[in-house]
Design a protein around this ligand. Structure first.
Ligand code: B12
Length: 349
């Protein structure tokens, strides 16, 4: 391997690379990335120290409403092309067993596990990357058909954790060791521990873990005895009713909703659904912080788009009133509502 030249580093290339994403200049982005590889920077470092942090910055710009969804999509598409170009340039041949990498059903964040898949490939594994949103039955029959040493499941959104758990259990019934990762399991993997599954914070750790079958299998069991209170099951059964009643409540309180465009209405309904889904996931893993982190994120997103955080607070109070016989949900909703800034001159309800 060539030693990298002093100026060839992902850090130094980062601002220029981000400009390429901002300008949707895929040819220049590929030149920057392959330039680093050709200058002796290991392909793994280019993937993890250039492409990955650039994608995180894309997410921040979208969250601050500085970039539109279209700009984010264009940037992500370029990152995918860059990953493909780096993979083609490195082109390692497998010397180890097969690892299947897949996104949970309903999970469209395929690029993070793709980065993990490429790092595993660079380290000699034969990787089958199944991509976004793989239905559980199809994943299981695939695992039966091909002799996988392990399956790596990705989840970027904590609201998908109950589903992730079902998928993990299904893979285990096929006796294939499971490893999970992605920001959906919490920055420190605490929700993976709750579900009783091996977790890796990043691609290099994933590569070490996947080589250690005993570590993959030797995980403490799931801690989900709180599910006996049926709050999670009760909440998910009432999802539609809750969203309808929150929408009716909003219509009463916000007369301006009459003039909402179809798109504004759609995003309001999906935000009301996200609140229920994140609350359900928090109940599933019995962790208030899952819900409060989400509320903080939602308030920031809406505020940067000119929607006052108080709108979220009122909906949390509404859900709290409807779910008066759900004590855990009531606590989580109250903790979320306590984060919401009270508009000046108004008292909290
Ligand atoms: C691109 C993108 C999308 C694209 C994904 C396309 C694709 N091909 O991947 C699309 C447009 C589909 C999308 C949709 C949505 N997105 Co999005 N998305 C992103 C974005 C900007 C980048 C994702 C990425 O590539 N990250 C880079 C990698 C490297 O991430 P990483 O987590 O650091 O990965 C490392 C580790 O976590 C770990 N790891 C990751 N996966 C795995 C898997 C395994 C098995 C292992 C072992 C390890 C591991 O290793 C990686 C490398 O070391 C992120 C921002 C971000 N910070 O990630 C938002 C982000 C994840 N999205 C977000 C949201 C809200 C959404 C939507 C709900 C938006 C909407 N209203 O529709 C939808 C949900 C879609 C769905 N149901 O899945 C939020 C989530 C916030 C939250 N509270 O959870 C984020 C954080 C944006 C933000 N700043 O608010 N998104």
């Amino acid at each position: 391997m060539t030693a990298p030249t002093a100026e060839a580093s992902p850090d130094a290339a980062f601002p220029g690379y981000l400009d390429c994403l901002a300008e949707a200049d895929e040819y220049a982005a590929i030149d920057v990335a392959l330039g680093l590889v050709d200058a002796g920077v290991p392909a793994e470092r280019v993937l993890l120290d250039l492409v990955a942090p650039a994608q995180a910055e894309v997410g921040e710009r979208w969250a601050r409403n500085e970039w539109s969804v279209a700009q984010e999509h264009a940037a992500t598409h370029i990152s995918e092309r860059v990953v493909a170009a780096i993979a083609a340039r490195a082109n390692p041949r497998p010397t180890r067993g097969r690892i299947v990498v897949a996104c949970m059903d309903g999970e469209w964040h395929a690029l993070p596990p793709r980065l993990v898949a490429e790092v595993l490939r660079l380290r000699g594994w034969q990787v089958t990357f199944l991509g976004a949103s793989v239905p559980v039955a199809h994943l299981v029959s695939y695992l039966h058909r091909y002799d996988a040493e392990a399956v790596a499941l990705a989840c970027a959104l904590p609201m998908r954790l109950p589903h992730a758990h079902r998928m993990i259990e299904a893979c285990r019934r096929s006796d294939v060791p499971v490893m999970v990762g992605g920001r959906g399991f919490g920055v420190d993997g605490r929700w993976a521990r709750r579900l009783g599954v091996a977790w890796a914070p990043d691609a290099p750790t994933a590569a070490e873990l996947v080589a250690d079958e005993r570590a993959l299998r030797r995980v403490p069991p799931a801690q989900l005895s709180h599910l006996a209170d049926d709050e999670y099951a009760g909440l998910t059964k009432r999802r539609g009713e809750l969203i309808d009643s929150a929408l009716a409540d909003l219509r009463d309180r916000v007369p301006g909703m009459r003039d909402y465009t179809g798109a504004q209405m759609d995003s309001t309904v999906s935000d009301l659904g996200y609140i229920v889904d994140f609350l359900a996931a928090a109940l599933y893993v019995d962790d208030e912080s899952l819900f409060t982190e989400f509320v903080q994120w939602l308030v920031d997103i809406l505020t940067s788009r000119g929607v006052p955080g108080a709108a979220v607070g009122a909906t949390l109070h509404h859900y709290g009133a409807v779910l008066h016989d759900f004590p855990r949900a009531g606590r989580f909703l109250a903790a979320g509502a306590a984060l919401i800034p009270v508009p000046s001159g108004a008292g909290r309800r």
